[in-house]
Every structure is written in C-alpha cells, then in structure tokens.
Design a protein around this ligand. Structure first.
Ligand code: AMP
Length: 357
C-alpha cells in the first residue's frame, strides 16, 4: 500500500466489541468509514459504525460480500478462523498481516518467534499429553502455569501447578487441547508497551504502562510506570524489534514482566490493547487513531504523553459507580454501550488524569 486511504474509504473490522467501537470512532474522526463484521447481535461497535454485517465466520457468502465492500480489513481480536481470513485476503488486504496473527494465535509459535529474536521469555515446553507434562515439570519445576496454545484470553485456558502433584488436574483442565507449560516468573511488576508501525516502516511507541490484574482480568494501568529509564528504553527497543521482524502495520500491545534480570516478554497482541486505553486522555493521538493512521498509510501521530493517567476498567457491577464517577474531577468516562451487565464483562473504563509535573 503506497497511497493513504482517501476520505470516505471504508475499513472493515472483524469483531464488534469495545475495541471495534473505539476504532470506528477514531476512523470516523479521520473521515473514514467502518464496516463491522460480527456474529453476535447488537455489538457495541454497531452504534458508531457506517455498516454492520451480522454473520458467522464460516459464512462464505457474507465474508465475500464484506471483503468486497471495504478497502482493507483489520481486526479487534486474534482468534479469527484461518479459513475466514483466507476468503477475505483473496479479495482485500488484511492489516496487521497474517504472520503477526499466526504468531500471536499460538503461544508455542509466539515463544519460538520471540526466542529467535533474542528476547527473553519464561522457560516453556510443548505439552501434548500427561507424559510430556510430567517430563516438562521435571525440567522446568514448579510453580508453573499450563496454558492452552490457542484461544486463551483474560487468564482463561490456564491452570496453575503449585507442585508436581497438580499435573494430573492441570492436564485435565486443558480438555485435550495442545498446551504450553510455562515456568512461573517472579516479577516485580507487569508492564505493557503499545507500539505502532506504518507501511513506510516508521515506528512510534507510547510510554509503558504498569498493569494490575484482578481475577486474571486487567484492573488498572498506570502511567508513568515505576520502572527505571533503562527498562523504558529496553521496552521500546524490543517492541520495535518485534514490529520490524513481522513487517507489521498497525498497533500492537506487548505485555512484559519486570524482573531483577530485566524484561521478559509474556505475550504480544496484534491489535489495540486494553492497557493502551490511557492514551485516549494522555496523548494527542491515542492508540485507536494511531492504528487507523498506520493501516490507512498515514504518517504516525504524536504519541508523547502529556499527563499522568490511571486507567481503571469498569467490570460487571462496577458500571454502577458511573453516577459517582461522573462527578469526579479529571475523570474521563468511556462506556461501551453494553445493555446487559454480566460478571467479568468489560462495561467501560475511566481515565483519571493528572497533569505531569
Ligand atoms: P496471560 O493470559 O498469559 O497474559 O496471563 C494472565 C496473567 O497471569 C498475567 O498477566 C500474569 O499476571 C499471570 N501470568 C501468566 N503467565 C505467567 C508466568 N509465566 N509467570 C508468572 N505469572 C504469569
């Protein structure tokens, strides 16, 4: 892609959740339209998109019509069936590319890729059955975490082994799915870096944020992170290395463990990321606009941070705090328009903003 997308062009987005919604708003601010493809009814993104296709990912006709109606396709989640991507890609480009998606869809492929790049990852082993798990536990030791290779998110598809005796129940938890055993990393904190790359090879990174999880789900992201400058630089360098290696176009979230020995890469997400929501109120160009700029072939925007921000997710009943939050000074509210509140469901987030000293 050499020419930037012109005004009125349409970006197809696979997935109609909150990320698709916020991407649609950003696209429309740049004079572009979005077309959402989502199997579920009433997706959050439908409220703010130009058009919506409600169809399954195995509906060849719907996928074909969708791909023909747009100028390029992006996505808000990584577990998209390969066959659906093949149909779309035969008609229109997909950004970020298939290599990025294929790498991040499979924890084993991802770990090998990161290792080949010379980046640190937790000790890991390929697990196919009880015998390979026993062997891996002997080698890696406990505590450890068994994770499904594919389709895990928000801590789902994971089982912790406190001691070798936990192996039998952990393998049962995987229900026959291929898995990876990871040695437990004793981290001092968890951070993530949101990075962008455009087709011209320009790279821009946001300041790393410090993440706190509750019940496996992101609870808060705080910027600035309490890490030394040295690690801030390491985070930027490793993110740029990953983007270049994948010839990546778009925004990526890279989750990192901070340890006394340096940064260890936990996982990469080839999309805008929950831990990057703080950029909406802390930067001139947020991660959503940055992603649209990158895939539309625009120059990347200025992602420098002008404020200290604490992003807090509103999960399930947290949404009932909105009336009180709406009276708080310097608290920006972002709601996803989800009508039904469910436990563990991301309903919105707030960004508490304080001007940087
Ligand atoms: P993940 O779905 O892989 O991002 O894991 C969810 C959360 O579990 C992470 O944010 C960490 O808090 C924790 N976790 C995952 N893998 C490890 C590991 N190898 N060592 C220590 N904690 C981990």
């Amino acid at each position: 892609m050499t020419n930037p997308l012109p005004t009125g062009a349409t970006i197809g987005i696979l997935g109609g959740g909150q990320l698709g919604r916020m991407l649609s708003v950003a696209a429309s601010r740049l004079g572009l339209r979005t077309h959402i493809y989502e199997p579920g009814a009433n997706p959050p993104a439908a409220d703010v998109a130009h058009s919506v296709t409600t169809a399954r990912y195995d509906d060849v006709e719907a996928l074909t019509a969708f791909a023909r109606s747009v100028d390029l396709v992006t996505y808000e989640f990584e577990n998209i069936p390969t066959e659906a991507l093949d149909i779309i890609e035969a008609i229109t480009p997909i950004h970020p590319n298939r290599q990025a998606l294929g790498t991040s869809q499979d924890r084993l492929v991802e770990k090998h890729f990161l290792q080949v790049l010379g980046l640190s990852v937790a000790p890991f082993a390929d697990i196919t059955d009880a015998a390979s798990l026993d062997e891996a536990v002997t080698k890696i030791g406990t505590p450890a975490i068994l994770k499904t290779r594919r389709f895990g998110y928000d801590g789902k598809g994971q089982s912790r082994l406190k001691a070798p005796q936990d192996a039998a129940s952990a393998i049962a938890d995987m229900a026959g799915a291929p898995a990876v055993l990871e040695g437990f990393v004793t981290f001092t904190s968890e951070i993530s870096i949101i990075a962008a790359r455009n087709p011209q090879g320009e790279v821009a990174c946001y300041d790393p944020g410090e993440n706190i999880h509750r019940d496996g789900i992101l609870h808060t992201t705080t910027v600035p992170a309490t890490i030394p400058s040295r690690l801030r630089t390491d985070a930027v360098l490793l993110a740029a290395k990953i983007l270049n290696a994948l010839d990546y176009v778009g925004v990526m979230g890279v989750e990192l463990f901070v340890t006394p020995e340096g940064l260890i890469v936990n996982e990469i997400a080839p999309r805008v990321h929950n831990s990057g929501h703080w950029t909406q109120n802390g930067c001139a160009v947020d991660q959503f606009e940055q992603h649209i700029r990158a895939i539309a072939g625009w120059p990347l925007g200025d992602g420098s941070r002008f404020a200290d921000v604490v992003m807090e997710n509103l999960i399930g009943d947290d949404v009932e705090k909105v009336p009180a939050l709406s009276k708080e000074p310097n608290c920006a509210i972002h709601l996803y328009g989800k009508v039904e509140t469910k436990s563990g469901r991301k309903m919105g987030h707030v960004n508490r903003v304080k001007k940087s000293a």
